[in-house]
Each structure stands twice: as structure tokens, then as C-alpha cells.
Design a protein around this ligand. Structure first.
Ligand SMILES: Nc1ncnc2c1ncn2[C@@H]1O[C@H](COP(=O)(O)OP(=O)(O)OP(=O)(O)O)[C@@H](O)[C@H]1O
Ligand SMILES: [Mg+2]
Length: 339
């Protein structure tokens, strides 16, 4: 079978109700062991893509392949190979954390004894030991997400789909969650497909990223490649006082698009600051201008996102799945508080 990747999307299309083209010809390949980020504004088609790849929704056309298996023809086998953590909370609040895990293990045909063992191990792994025998409805948002991650891992999937896994978590909760995912990937070589609204998170955690807008992928690459596409690093080079003017020297370097001088400082706009710095230091030195300081400023993924979608990341578009999820979390919290 073609497509050696852990996850392959081949021209996936989903049209809802004969008119909403939620996903409009999406293709990509995720390598084994890769953490792949899927970013896009509300309603871009992220959850729909996850649902099609995880055998939860039939594509209108095109196909998904997981670990060499065509999703539509092998739904059950695919489900055994994947873990899915949905955008909206799925843990059963009226069961304890431990029970949630044991029930999940049962649905995969794992024996009770083995299920108990795995539950205990995952509980420890996710730092839920103290709360393991409490009802999940008493968990904080972060604990609930860790429990859901544990549930998604109970059958030891090769591929993990995370749909906005850190939604509503505080920075500590987010960092903790990602710590677990990184550790798992390192230890088991698991492949991770993650949608997120947190661009800083995608930047630091993902090996590669695709940006989807209106159902189409508008840009993809490593976070650095995406930033390079903007052609916008700014390197500031400071030379020794009374050093000769190196404006022209810097301007002649490869990848430089503009140089502005202010006293002993040069603001150099270039494709890649990382590549430019050694060249600039060397060239300045040759021109008898010793470099005394260098700073590199990269564009952030926010700027990349804006460039490719023409929208601020959090621009309002009316209530969407994400908004509803946040609202539901609040409502649930309020209802639990009342009980
Ligand atoms: N069951 C459905 N029936 C009809 N339209 C739907 C359905 N599910 C999603 N859509 C529409 O498809 C489009 C893509 O939705 P999807 O949930 O995949 O977006 P998303 O990128 O996950 O958004 P969010 O960031 O808000 O989670 C939206 O226009 C949405 O309104
Ligand atoms: Mg979604």
C-alpha cells in the first residue's frame, strides 16, 4: 500500500447536508513517531478531519490511511490502533477515574485483570493516584484531561488523535499535559495528530504543522519553515563604536532584504536569522567592524497564521464547536457545584 506514513490523508472531502464543504480536498502524510499539529480558525474543518481519520465519520470522497490500513474498509482494526481525545469532554463523571479506565479497557476486549493493571499504571503515570477513586465529576479541568488522555491510551494505540486537548487548561495544566505526550512519544514512538488553538504550544511541541482554512490546507511545514516563508527575521547587529559603516557589506549578504543603520546598530531583515548571523559577523569582521552584540527576532506563528489565513487567530465568527465546548465546560462546572 502506498503512503508509508502513520497517517495519510488523500484528498479528503466532507460535505455536510449537501452544501457545507467543511473539508475541501485535504492531503497530508504524518510520519511514524511524528507530532503533527493541525491549526486553523474556528470552523476551518479540523474536527471534521479528525473524525474522518479516526473512523468516526465517512468522507464524502477521498480516503484516510492509518498505519497502512484504509480507514473506510478497516474501521474496527483502525480503531484498535488509534486513541482519540475529543474536543468535548468524554469522561463519565459518575464513574471514578479508575472505573473510567477499566470500562474503557473492557471495550477493547482487554481482560479484567489486565485492565486493572493498566488502569493503575496509567493513573500513576498521569499523577491521578490521589483522585483515582473519586468520581470524575469532582476532577478539575486539568485532571479530567489527564484522565481522558489515560483513557485514550489504555489499549496502547500507535496513533493518537488529540482534538484541542488543552482547551481551557491553565499554562501549568497545558505544560503538564504536553510533558506526558512528549514522554510517551519518546518511550513508545507513538504518532500524535493534534489540533490546537494555542499557537505557542504548536510552535514548541509539534515537529510539523499544517494550517487549514475554509477546509483547505493553506500552508504546511516545520514551525521554522513556516516562519521562513514570511521572509521576516530581523537581526540586529551592534558594532564597536567608531567602526566603519557596514551597511553595504550587510546588504550584499545572501538572504538579506533590507538594512537600516542607527548609530552603531544595524537592523537587518532577512530570510533566516540563524543562517545570517555567522555570515554577518564574519563579513563585518572582514570590513574591520567588530561585532559586539547580536539579537535575532523571529516572527511568531501568530504572524504566520495571520499571513496565511488573513485572520487574527481568535477573530470572532459566532459560536463554534470550541466556544460551545468552553461553554459546556462552564455549565458542567456550575451544575457540579450545585449538586
Ligand atoms: N454535523 C454537522 N452538520 C453540518 N455542518 C457541520 C457539522 N459539523 C461541522 N459542521 C460545519 O463544518 C465546518 C467545519 O467544522 P469543524 O467542527 O470541523 O471545524 P473546526 O475547525 O473543528 O472548528 P473549531 O475550531 O470551532 O473546533 C463548520 O462550518 C461547521 O459549522
Ligand atoms: Mg473542532
Amino acid at each position: 500500500m502506498q503512503g508509508k506514513g502513520a497517517i495519510v490523508a488523500e484528498d479528503l472531502v466532507k460535505v455536510y447536508g449537501g452544501k457545507v464543504r467543511a473539508v475541501d480536498g485535504v492531503s497530508f502524510e504524518v510520519a511514524h513517531g511524528e507530532i503533527f499539529g493541525f491549526l486553523g480558525p474556528n470552523g476551518a474543518g479540523k474536527t471534521t478531519t479528525v473524525s474522518m481519520l479516526s473512523a468516526g465519520l465517512r468522507p464524502t470522497s477521498g480516503r484516510g490511511i492509518i498505519d497502512g490500513l484504509e480507514v473506510g474498509q478497516n474501521a474496527e482494526a483502525v480503531k484498535r490502533r488509534i486513541g482519540v481525545i475529543f474536543q468535548e469532554s468524554t469522561a463519565d463523571g459518575d464513574l471514578t477515574g479508575r472505573e473510567n479506565l477499566e470500562v474503557a479497557a473492557g471495550t477493547y476486549g482487554i481482560s479484567r485483570a489486565e485492565g486493572r493493571e493498566r488502569a493503575t499504571a496509567l493513573i500513576a503515570e498521569m499523577h491521578l493516584t490521589e483522585a483515582a477513586d473519586r468520581y470524575a465529576k469532582t476532577y478539575s479541568g486539568g485532571m479530567r484531561r489527564r484522565l481522558e488522555l489515560a483513557v485514550g491510551l489504555v489499549h496502547r494505540p500507535k496513533v493518537l488523535f488529540l482534538d484541542e486537548p488543552t482547551l481551557g487548561l491553565d499554562p501549568q495544566g497545558r505544560a503538564g499535559f504536553w510533558g506526558f505526550v512528549q514522554k510517551l512519544r519518546k518511550e513508545t514512538g507513538m504518532t500524535v495528530f493534534v489540533t490546537t488553538h494555542y499557537l505557542d504550544e504548536a510552535d514548541t511541541m509539534c515537529d510539523r504543522i499544517a494550517i487549514i482554512d475554509h477546509g483547505k490546507i493553506v500552508a504546511s511545514g516545520t514551525p521554522n519553515q513556516l516562519k521562513d516563508k514570511l521572509g521576516g527575521d530581523v537581526v540586529t547587529i551592534k558594532t564597536a563604536p567608531s567602526a566603519p559603516d557596514v551597511t553595504e557589506t550587510l546588504r550584499a549578504l545572501s538572504g538579506v532584504s533590507a538594512v537600516q543603520r542607527q548609530d552603531d546598530s544595524y537592523r537587518v531583515k532577512c530570510a533566516s536569522g540563524e543562517t545570517l548571523v555567522p555570515l554577518a559577523v564574519e563579513a563585518s569582521y572582514r570590513a574591520n567592524a567588530a561585532v559586539t552584540g547580536v539579537t535575532v527576532k523571529r516572527p511568531s506563528l501568530d504572524e504566520v497564521f495571520l499571513e496565511f489565513t488573513g485572520r487574527e487567530f481568535r477573530e470572532e465568527e459566532g459560536p463554534t464547536a470550541t466556544d460551545r465546548a468552553v461553554m459546556m465546560q462552564r455549565v458542567r462546572g456550575a451544575m457540579q457545584g450545585r449538586r
